[in-house]
Design a protein around this ligand. Structure first.
Ligand SMILES: [Fe+2]
Length: 463
């Protein structure tokens, strides 16, 4: 069983009377990896949260200064900047960063501004031989060295050797490229805490990005983000998934300051429902979830649980993406569950051996009242397989529903539509909270507490 944090007040650690995730893991027939046995179950206090954190421009400015300028943020897949000159532009609030692959094959990240009159140097992703400003053609190499400008005689005061593009930190983990504008920030490896060790088994570096959609959503970025770091809302917002989702018995873990995790078992019914058969569980899950193989032969054999049945189907479907048969070593947890990690402040990769969703949320430009929500799905590749290329982001239309996005399909898309349905109403409703404070659950919403406590540590100079 997992380790549990003790508390003098048992009510603080109260949780659903249903079967815990750790108890469910006891039924696995393949060995359970240590990282899934970790169970921090923290109590982080019961304090309220001010709505000003979501509504006020002043708070947004604090985030700009202390969060966006100082944290590690995922930009793109390494394979999206694989060849010399491959370039990705990462915009965050009012900042823009160029990430590129140099001629020698190393990664560099630069502030996206011409050193002459300040025009943004690169406007879009692509392959560049050099970075030449469209305004007056001041030019830099991929290595950031100044290569000249028209009428050079007019700039005797520029020393070309001291006129290179200012760099920001860049590093990689799990096949992702990260940047950090703070040159004093700790290395990415330290920032990520337990994450690299946990993900070793799932080899995210071998995955390719098969789906990538993004959409402007009408709420503060944290409103969107927080709809994806707790499973508590499933009972009211996503009632159709309860047949196969152990929402109430989700496990929540935090590894301060930057990493947290929710694990929600799938293939088992919610504690909120009564008397659901294994066949009903399997039917509901096979009809909806993107995390399971498509239905064919959906009758659950007698003596087999729905979870075992889905596990067998997923092994058959997804083993081709791996070097070994999943049935020989992978737990059912890693074949179907929602194992959702987050890296502070805004990047959330799922884990396991099935195709995995990854979320990213950012303010929409410098606007704190709207956000950019991204849904990516990554699929692993066996060793030596040809990389099929990463799907570029597609910006969804303002009125386009997720369920209408061909990439997601109606099953998965409907779940995101249900989340989206709440978001503008959360943003609107918060203005009408008379106390100007939000109340959080101790257990199910501990990741939201952890998230805001980390924000405060950055703002207060403790991190
Ligand atoms: Fe949701």
């Amino acid at each position: 069983m997992g380790k549990k944090v003790s508390s003098s007040d048992p009510d603080r650690l109260a949780r659903s009377p249903g079967r815990s995730y750790q108890e469910l893991l006891n039924e696995e027939t393949n060995p359970v990896p240590d990282c899934l046995r970790e169970n921090t179950n923290p109590y982080l206090g019961s304090g309220n949260l001010s709505v000003d954190r979501y509504l006020s421009r002043e708070f947004h400015e604090k985030e700009v200064e202390h969060i966006w300028r100082r944290t590690w943020q995922a930009v793109c897949r390494e394979t999206e900047v694989a060849g010399p000159g491959d370039t990705h532009v990462y915009d965050i609030v009012r900042f823009s960063i160029i990430v590129c692959r140099t001629q020698e094959g190393s990664l560099r990240a630069y502030r996206n501004a011409c050193l002459h009159r300040g025009r943004q140097l690169v406007d879009q992703n692509g392959n560049y031989e050099k970075f030449s400003c469209p305004y007056h053609a001041f030019t830099w190499s991929l290595e950031g060295a100044f290569k000249g400008a028209p009428c050079k005689w007019d700039f005797p005061h520029i020393d070309p050797d001291r006129f290179g593009l200012p760099q920001v930190q860049v590093d990689t983990w799990g096949g992702w490229v990260f940047i950090n504008m703070d040159r004093e920030a700790p290395p990415l490896r330290d920032y990520l805490g337990v994450l690299p060790e946990h993900f070793k088994r799932w080899k995210p570096e071998n995955a390719y990005k098969m789906i990538h959609v993004e959409k402007v959503i009408p709420c503060n970025w944290k409103v969107g983000w927080e709809a994806f770091i707790e499973s508590y809302h499933a009972v009211a917002t996503h009632p159709q998934i309860l047949h196969y989702t152990a929402d109430a018995d989700s496990q929540y873990d935090v590894w301060p300051p930057h990493i947290s995790r929710t694990i929600t078992a799938l293939g088992v019914p919610s504690f909120h429902l009564d008397a659901i058969t294994d066949q009903q569980v399997a039917d509901a899950m096979l009809g909806v979830s993107a995390m399971v193989a498509r239905p064919d032969g959906t009758e659950v054999p007698s003596g087999m649980s729905a979870r075992e049945f889905i596990g067998v189907k997923n092994s058959a479907e997804f083993s081709k993406n791996h070097d070994r048969e999943l049935a020989s070593f992978a737990t059912n947890a890693e074949r179907m569950d929602s194992i959702l990690y987050s890296i502070f402040p805004n990047f959330a990769p799922w884990a396991g051996f099935h195709p995995n969703i990854t979320y990213r949320f950012r303010p929409n430009g410098d606007d704190h009242t709207t956000a950019l929500m991204e849904i990516m799905v990554l699929c692993q590749l066996p060793t030596g397989a040809e990389h099929p290329g990463d799907c570029p982001a597609r910006r969804m239309g303002e009125d386009e529903l997720f369920s209408e996005a061909p990439e997601l399909g109606p099953g998965l898309g409907t779940i995101f539509d249900q989340d989206l349905f709440n978001m503008p109403m959360i943003q609107k409703g918060m203005h009408n909270v008379e106390s100007r404070e939000l109340v959080l659950a101790n257990y199910h919403e501990v990741r939201i507490r952890h998230f805001h406590q980390t924000i405060d540590k950055y703002i207060n100079g403790e991190l």
